[in-house]
Ligand binder design. Structure first.
Ligand code: SF4
Length: 406
């Protein structure tokens, strides 16, 4: 295993603390006549400690108040109510148990005040977390790397064997300042656009297990090939692109709508080589009659199924019939544990992100998860699960060791 030590942020990473934080902030400023904030409003203000959270709340309400007094009220209230509505995110307890069993050292590094951080960590995680450090007067706060360095020293871990996992730009910067690999989690308090700078961005807890324990690519290859799918894996999108271009020489090629393919610049590479390629995303008509159909998937199960959703449905239709060969190109971010997770990924990660990209008026754009809407703008009118390649069609997965598309 590559990592000896895994350090986590707390709020928004291991624990959903928004309910209790919101109650405590509202109590802390209530004597100033400030109207109660919602969890959505508090979510936008967290990340730099309680004093900053209170200051931002007063500013948002155009209210002057004594921050020290608010902080005192906040601390007193929060100490008595910090485990009322707080819960670990789904899958976190299982992950921590697995880390413990594997002998990987774990710590929490948070800008929450130290006493509260220690109490809350003990309450929820007990012995599963070996050390917790919160905000202390004599230690510079995150994103300063000092506390992270101390933890690494305590655990006899160097930069290469330490992983830092958090949900905010402060966390990413802390890891960068310490020279350790950063993982940003999208389920926390920061919007996705703000955490793109992390070395790796994950949407589900099981992806953390993949990063820490590694992926058994051989097993995945076996699961796809025994179903009749071709399977290739590449380290970089450039290597994958070279391979795909080599397969398309002398053939006619159609494209399905795909951010992955666009990010890889494959259409441009094919055109440069004079290959007969057609893509409706490049001011051409929809083309489904080529020798090869290139597309991506919304979810790829490690057990060998391919999940795609579609609104117009030309893309899913072309993966089912007509093309002689279909090449499905995916980054590792599309990989899910099993079919159920691949469907979850398609519905609750791909669809909301694509709906947002296309400016659709559907509820998942706001909530970030499928609300099973009946809107005419719904972008997931069909879901296709390929269990095996369709009759008379060769079908191949190209998996890339990178995050690509949605
Ligand atoms: S059904 Fe509606 S809410 Fe659900 S993912 Fe599709 S567009 Fe979004």
């Amino acid at each position: 295993m590559k990592y000896k030590t895994v350090v986590f942020d707390l709020d928004g990473t291991l624990l959903n603390t928004l309910g209790d934080l919101t109650d405590a902030v509202n109590h802390a400023v209530s004597h100033l006549g400030v109207k109660p904030s919602t969890e959505v409003q508090i979510r936008a203000r967290v990340g730099n400690g309680a004093a900053k959270l209170l200051q931002r709340t007063l500013e948002a309400n155009n209210t002057n108040g004594d921050i020290d007094e608010c902080f005192k009220r906040f601390s007193e209230y929060y100490r008595g109510h910090m485990t009322c509505r707080t819960v670990p995110y789904g899958g976190i307890m299982h992950l921590l148990e697995k880390l413990k069993l594997a002998g990987i050292k774990t710590a929490i590094l948070t800008n929450k005040f130290d006493l509260a951080a220690k109490e809350i960590a003990k309450h929820y995680f007990g012995e599963l977390i070996e050390y917790t450090q919160g905000e202390k007067v004599d230690v510079p706060r995150k994103p300063a790397p000092d506390a992270l360095f101390s933890i690494m020293e305590m655990f006899d871990s160097d930069k290469d064997s330490t992983l830092y996992i958090g949900d905010s730009t402060v966390d990413i910067q802390t890891a960068k300042n310490a020279g350790v690999k950063s993982v940003a989690v999208s389920w926390g308090y920061c919007d996705r656009e703000h955490i793109k700078g992390a070395d790796i961005l994950v949407d589900r807890v099981y992806q953390l297990e993949d990063i820490i324990f590694g992926i058994d690519f051989k097993e995945i290859e076996t699961n796809f090939t025994k179903r009749g799918f071709g399977f290739k894996i590449f380290d970089t999108k450039e290597q994958a692109s070279d391979y795909i271009v080599s397969q398309c020489e002398g053939k006619s090629v159609g494209f399905g709508g795909s951010v992955t393919l666009d990010e890889m610049g494959i259409y441009e590479n094919l055109k440069e080589k004079g290959i007969d390629a057609h893509w409706h995303w490049k001011n051409e008509p929809i083309y489904m009659n080529g020798d090869i159909y290139l597309t991506s998937a919304n979810g790829l199960s490690k057990t060998g199924e391919i999940v795609n959703i579609d609104g117009t449905c030309n893309r899913v239709a072309a993966t089912l019939y007509n093309a002689k060969r279909c090449i499905i190109v995916c980054g590792l971010n599309k990989l899910a544990r099993d079919l159920e997770d691949a469907i979850d990924r398609a519905k609750n990660i791909s669809a909301p992100l694509n709906a947002k990209r296309l400016n659709k008026k559907v509820p998942c754009v706001t909530t970030g998860q499928c609300e099973d809407c009946m809107s005419p703008e719904r972008i997931c009118k069909a879901m296709v699960i390929l269990m095996n390649p369709p009759t008379n069609m060769e079908c191949e997965i190209v998996l890339i060791n990178d995050n690509l598309g949605y």
